[in-house]
Every structure is written in structure tokens, then in C-alpha cells.
Design a protein around this ligand. Sequence first.
Ligand code: SF4
Ligand SMILES: [Zn+2]
Length: 331
Amino acid sequence: MKRKIYSPDKPVAAWSSLDRLSDGVIPSLTMVLRTYGCYWSRNHQGCTMCGFIRDSAPVPPSPDDLVAQFRDAMTRRPDGEFMVKIFTSGSFLDAGEMPLEARSAILGELDENPDVKKVLLETRPEFVTQETIAACKSVIRKKLEIAVGVETSSDDIRLDCINKGFLFRNFIHASEIAHQHGSSVKAYLLLKPPFLSEGAAIRDTIKSVRDVSAYAETISINLCNVQKGTLVEKLWRRGDYRPPWLWSAIEVLRRAKTEDPDAIITSDPVGAGSRHGPHNCGRCDRDAADAIRRFSLSQDTGELEVECDCISLWQKVVELEDVSYGAPLSR
Ligand code: SF4
Ligand SMILES: [Zn+2]
């Protein structure tokens, strides 16, 4: 797969926005550091929807390069107090991807910054060990959040539709370790992996919110989009995959929040409105995506009231795709 041209001391991306935590909304800085890439993608074909390996470096960046990327990203910080979210398109806690020297230097600089209130680190669960979390906590005294892309509570869907390669009990184990060290946990769920009907995808994510809420303080629902070089892209090109309807995301958020009003459930509809992203009919996509963003900050289901004629088509799709064995009935 072709990789993009890059400079080793610049991050893939960094931007500031707002994040919803259990105690309110906080400005945040999100950074995606360019590492050698996710080992699961390099050695095990990776997950069916994940094209992040295109962002990875062809040779492992040096610890100095990784720290330089971090410092560059920090220049895009918001004013005042903020939260930092670090992604590597893999696992920040994998020492093969983020050398210990770079990890300590980055966490040390975050610890010394008085404006940083909380730090989120994304990782696969196998890297959440007693030793690793204790080592991180010895460098950083700020609130730490461990984020895991568990995607679904169904092992069958996670293994067979996503090729994620770990079990729900591995996520629970990681959550327990993080909590033992006083860290909070964020679970990322995936709405509509390939091979599921629209209705099955909705039901799976609602059930998954219920199942992960015992182990995670915040839950973020990623709406599957078509990334280059993935199995999902191959299916999409031949008409065997359609990204989720935004109505489905709205339905999941409304029902999950109503079931568990205390859970913090968010979603950032990346790529909404395009054919390779979550979409409705084209006319209401912007309104639906804005509603999802507003709900994610306010947690008020009243924000999810959107109207468009295409809702009846979506309802038919949800009803009929279960008898088309998941084959998409709309584009
Ligand atoms: S989704 Fe995460 S675990 Fe899966 S290949 Fe991509 S970076 Fe790796
Ligand atoms: Zn519409």
C-alpha cells in the first residue's frame, strides 16, 4: 500500500476542539503521531476498516523525532486549561511503536505543563499491563484516560467482521488494570462494521453501549467510513458495503442515552455526508451531523430532533436488509 510523503518530525495531524467528560465540557488538543504503525496492521493484516497504516512511517522514527512531533502538535493547543488526546494510529503503549524513552519524555512534558488537566492515550488492550500503567503513572501525575477501540461487545463481530484479534474479556482486563491505577477508560465502538445489515449494526451498537458502560467512563461511537486500501473499501467499490445512515447513529445515541442517562456517549461523524462516510439522503446530512455533534457535547437527546423525508426510506432499509442477508439496499 502506498504511504504518503511525510517529515519524520511532524505529526500526522493535530487540532483543537472540545471534549465532553463526565464533569462537563473541556477544550482539547488531539494529536496523531506518526510512528512505525500498528503492529496488528503490519503483521496480521489489520482491521477490515482501518487504513491508518498509510499514515505510518516506513522506518521507525527515532525517539527524538517522536518527541519533536509531540512538541509540534503542542503548538496547536487551545488557550487556557485543556485535555490532550494522543493517538498513534496504533498503540501509544506499545513500546515497539512508541519507544520507552519517547513515551517518558512526552508524558514528562505533559506532567510539567500546568494547563494540561487530563491526558488520553489510545492503545490496544494487550499493552495495558500493571507494569506499563505503573510506569506511566510514575511519570505523569495528571488524570489519565486509557482509550481502547473495543468496537463491539460481540466477540463474533469483533473477530469475524473486524478482524480485531482480541476478545471482550481482554478489554475488561485492560479496564480493570487502568482503574486499579486510578485511570479512567474510554471505549470506542464501531457502528456498522462490514457484513452486517443496518438493523443488525444498530442493535449491536446499542447492546455494546450497555455492555461496555460497566467498564468505561466515556463511550465514543465511531461511524464506519471507507478508508483507502481496506477490505471495507473493496466491498464498498463493488456495492457490498454502505457506511451507516446518520439516522442509525441518531437512533443508537437516543436509545442508548435513554437507557443509561448517566453514561457519557459521544460521536464525531467523520466524513459525514460523503459517499464514503456516514450519510443520509444528501439534503439532511449536515443537519444530522450537526445534531450528533451538539448532542455529543450537551448529552441532551433533544438535540437529536432532525426531520427529513428520507427517514422513511431508512426505516424500510432497516426492516428489509435483515432479509437481504446484509446486502446493501441503498447507496
Ligand atoms: S483499528 Fe487499531 S488495532 Fe486495528 S489495525 Fe487500525 S490501528 Fe491497528
Ligand atoms: Zn434526508
